[in-house]
Design a protein around this ligand. Structure first.
Ligand code: SAH
Ligand code: SF4
Ligand code: F3S
Length: 443
């Protein structure tokens, strides 16, 4: 009984929305809160501290934050000691306004205030007053060490923060601030430390990893080469690449170090029409994008590409959208992430003329997904009969199945055992589904 009491007063529940950067930030929050004796719990009703790590990239995730806070009203009534905070991109965007709109909240902290979290929580508890901390730290260079309680087999490592591209649809430059890179030396040490803790694979994170520049002048290709050659990490992935900064040097390094650098690239195109791309301020034309994709396919055999697309950008005509559809025939994307355009605060495109009705956006989104489904299934089928190198991440004792990712970033399931976790094994693919592959272990 007493044990339960202690656990209850020290449970923290973090609910995470948005991109991998937020997922990584939530891990950091759990680690930092350990200093105040908080342990993660699996449901909000066990927690005495609830944090919503929010995303504001589109309207839907913002609504989800508001409705989630609403759901905690009863919990707070039942337990007046419960503290609720919002972090992440909505917090950065709204700052103290969020406290006024949602009086249930005890604290709001921005994307540059994560490391202040223990201090903020301690202050909220001792003073009983709401706290807001949402100022950008303009410190250069950017110094953080990866903090993660249980890194597992595969983990994220931030290499840059912020974004300076100001694509006209995107709120991220306003919620994550100016771009900063971590020094190469720190990244090498960070990855070596993670390897010592059992990590086999790192995914390097940045909004535009291609513009990474270390204080010593090393660029992104140089960083990849250094990590591949000077650390014992087994696999390296990265996201997100920006097509305008994606160059030949990078693909050559990927090919030269392909024993460690996975042949998978997420290369968001956003639109297949040059005029729309210009109004999005993406910095490349349809033709330039296709040329880069071809350069990638020509240099790295077997490489897999995925992309992000926005449909219904202000002023997008049917003809312009048709060019996005036809791009799918020119660039074989194995995965597609597509979204309806959503006007975001502070962004230029939110004030553009020609905002399109929801029905038009929905109809285009459906057509795009339908076309992609037709193309993607045959692409997945080509893996049947192939042997893929799979890094095993999970074991399900109920089904006796293990799962992991191939170097091409395909999720692969097969029958195996707990001991395989952390090992890279050859799996012969027997059956391909749109999102996953099923195979057997090659003995
Ligand atoms: N830095 C990444 C993108 C981060 S946001 C890049 O440049 O590719 C992730 C994706 O969300 C974007 O690629 C885009 O497709 C989508 N997105 C961003 N803002 C959006 C908006 N206002 N409406 C709809 N989708 C949006
Ligand atoms: Fe947003 Fe463009 Fe920066 Fe990506 S590159 S985060 S889409 S502004
Ligand atoms: Fe969302 Fe912020 Fe990531 S807006 S997509 S959580 S950078």
């Amino acid at each position: 009984m007493e044990m339960k009491e202690i656990q209850k007063t020290q449970g923290v529940y973090i609910s995470t929305y948005g991109c991998q950067m937020n997922v990584n930030d939530s891990e950091r929050m759990y680690s930092l809160l350990e200093m105040l004796n908080y342990q993660p719990v699996s449901s909000p009703d066990q927690a005495s501290l609830i944090i919503i790590n929010s995303c504001s990239v589109r309207e839907k995730p913002v609504h989800k934050v508001h409705s989630e806070v609403g759901r905690y009203r009863e919990l707070k009534k039942a337990n007046p000691e419960l503290r609720i905070g919002v972090g992440g991109c909505v917090a950065q965007q709204e700052k103290d306004r969020l406290l006024k709109d949602v009086p249930l909240l005890d604290f709001v902290f921005g994307t540059d205030s994560i490391d202040k979290l223990p201090e903020i929580v301690a202050k909220v508890k001792s003073e009983g007053q709401p706290v807001v901390s949402a100022r950008f730290e303009h410190q250069q260079p950017y110094h953080i060490e990866t903090l993660i309680k249980n890194p597992g087999v595969s983990t994220f490592v931030n290499i840059t923060k912020g974004c300076d591209n100001f694509c006209t649809f995107c709120v991220v430059p306003f919620t994550r601030g100016r771009e900063r890179s971590r020094p190469l030396k720190h990244l090498l040490e960070d990855v070596r430390r993670l390897v010592d803790r059992g990590v086999k694979e790192v995914t390097l994170l940045g909004q535009n990893v291609n513009s990474y520049t270390s204080d010593c002048g090393t660029n992104f290709a140089g960083l990849l080469k250094a990590l591949a050659e000077q650390t014992p990490i087994q696999r390296i992935r990265y996201t997100t690449s920006h097509p305008k900064d994606f160059n030949q040097e990078l693909v050559e390094v990927m090919q030269a170090c392909r024993d460690k650098l996975c042949e998978y690239i997420h290369l968001p195109v956003q639109s297949g029409n040059t005029q729309v791309l210009e109004r999005m301020n993406r910095g490349y034309s349809r033709e330039e994008y296709i040329e880069k994709a071809q350069m990638i396919f020509n240099t790295i055999p077997g490489v897999v590409l995925s992309t992000d697309i926005i449909v219904g950008f202000p002023g997008e005509t049917d003809e312009q959208f048709a060019e996005t559809l036809s791009l799918l025939d020119e660039v074989p994307y194995e995965s597609l992430f597509a979204f309806k355009y959503s006007p975001r605060p502070f962004t230029k495109a939110a004030r553009f003329e020609g905002q399109l009705p929801e029905e038009v956006k929905s109809e285009r989104l459906n057509r795009l997904f339908e076309r992609h489904r037709e193309l993607a299934f045959p692409m997945a089928k080509k893996y049947e009969g192939q042997n893929l190198a799979v890094l095993v991440e999970e074991y399900d004792s109920e089904t006796g199945r293990v799962s992991g990712r191939s170097t091409q970033n395909k999720l692969v399931h097969f029958t195996g055992s707990q001991e395989l976790i952390g090992q890279t094994v050859w799996v012969k693919i027997k059956e391909a589904f749109p999102q996953t592959l099923r195979g057997v272990l090659v003995q």
